[in-house]
Design a protein around this ligand. Structure first.
Ligand code: COA
Length: 129
């Protein structure tokens, strides 16, 4: 688990976990498969952000963006060594779906509470050239 520390020693302001997952390209929108040139015939590796949360005492201060950028950069760095086509999240409720969509995550057509962000999009955030 990755933890964002608060100002006080030992204070937890937020956290998330990362794990590898395989996704069936058939679950993705057809235009995404085409644009990203994904193989249709086999499962593709993706990275799951789990348990993403800001502690109640620290919510509403813009920390979620910092925590998300930390996760995305870590995933992007790792994807240079171990392939991952996208970042996947499971939203806990409708508010969480809106939260992820505000960061351009796209819902899986058949399971709208599961969303993804193509690694090609993540790369654009961190690539310097
Ligand atoms: C979702 C969560 C991480 C947001 O953290 P936060 O500290 O409250 O939010 P921030 O202060 O960083 O706000 C960032 C932006 O997200 C928006 N936002 C926050 N919570 C939101 C929600 N539930 N739905 C929609 N938008 C939300 C804010 O309005 C803000 O937008 P703005 O910059 O345009 O004003 C936090 O509320 C949380 O941990 N919730 C419980 C667990 C959860 O839902 N996890 C994520 C999904 S699985």
């Amino acid at each position: 688990m990755f933890v964002l520390e608060g100002a006080e020693a030992g204070e937890v302001a937020g956290y998330y976990t990362l794990s590898s997952l395989s996704a069936d390209p058939g679950e993705l929108p057809a235009n995404v498969i085409k644009t990203l040139r994904l193989p249709r015939a086999r499962a593709i590796p993706v990275t799951l952000i789990g348990q993403f949360a800001i502690a109640r005492t620290h919510q509403g201060q813009g920390l979620s963006e910092r925590l998300l950028l930390d996760a995305l950069e870590r995933i992007w760095e790792a994807s240079k060594s171990v392939a991952s086509w996208a970042v996947v999240v499971d939203a806990v409720d409708d508010g969480a779906v809106r939260f992820w969509r505000s960061y351009d995550f796209i819902a899986f057509p058949k399971s709208p509470s599961r969303l993804f962000l193509p690694m090609a999009t993540v790369s654009q955030l961190f690539e310097t050239k």
